[in-house]
Design a protein around this ligand. Structure first.
Ligand code: HEM
Length: 170
């Protein structure tokens, strides 16, 4: 058992709390950006939403994302979950991180161009978010046995490759 086992409940509580803040923040940012599409002519609304998205993203949602990922990484070693469902979860989390990055890029683009984001893209990505969340929750809560999933051989066993640089030999 890992030496970190005693702090697992605390780590999990922080992990789930930061995840809740991060996911709620992404949903709120999508909602605010979508309001910005309509606010193009209303100068003060546009500016208010622009400031709220900017500060919300930099001071709340991004720190929550970093802490959620940090506590998640600590949990991997504390719980020793080197399992296939965990790697599946990490692939879906990469999708969530990409959405996070796209929102940040869009907030900057809105500030620079003075135009709201394109509604169809916003809608599409907004729908992707709950699907990714549902996928992650399914994997982490059901912990399905994915051992029977077809995998390329090089992913399923060591291939005996060497690193492209010298490793010190203690
Ligand atoms: C890089 C990002 C993440 C990492 C490394 C990570 C890692 C982990 C690990 C190792 C656990 C403990 C699993 C266990 O005890 O069996 C866990 C629990 C959990 N994670 Fe994450 N996670 C990440 C992101 C997320 C995201 C984005 C969500 C939700 C959208 C999420 C939701 C949960 C939930 C609900 C639990 C509690 C599950 C339970 O206690 O059975 N995690 N996470």
């Amino acid at each position: 058992m890992s030496a970190l086992a005693n702090i697992v409940p605390h780590l999990k509580a922080f992990h789930v709390g930061f995840i809740a803040l991060w996911m709620a923040g992404l949903l709120a940012l999508f909602a605010m950006l979508s309001r910005q599409c309509d606010a193009v002519d209303a100068e003060s609304d546009f500016r208010r939403i622009r400031e709220a998205t900017h500060y919300g993203y930099t001071w709340v949602v991004t720190p929550a994302a970093g802490l959620a990922v940090g506590t998640g990484l600590a949990l991997i070693f504390a719980r020793e979950v080197f399992t296939i469902w965990m790697f599946g979860k990490l692939i879906l989390v990469a999708g969530l991180v990409s959405l996070h990055g796209w929102i940040g890029h869009t907030i900057v683009a809105v500030a620079e161009t003075g135009r709201g984001p394109k509604r169809p893209i916003l809608l599409l990505l907004n729908l992707t978010l709950p699907m990714l969340i549902a996928g992650v929750l399914f994997l982490v809560l059901a912990k399905p046995n994915l051992a029977g999933w077809p995998m390329p051989g090089w992913l399923a066993q060591p291939v005996g490759g060497t690193l492209p640089f010298d490793v010190p030999n203690p």
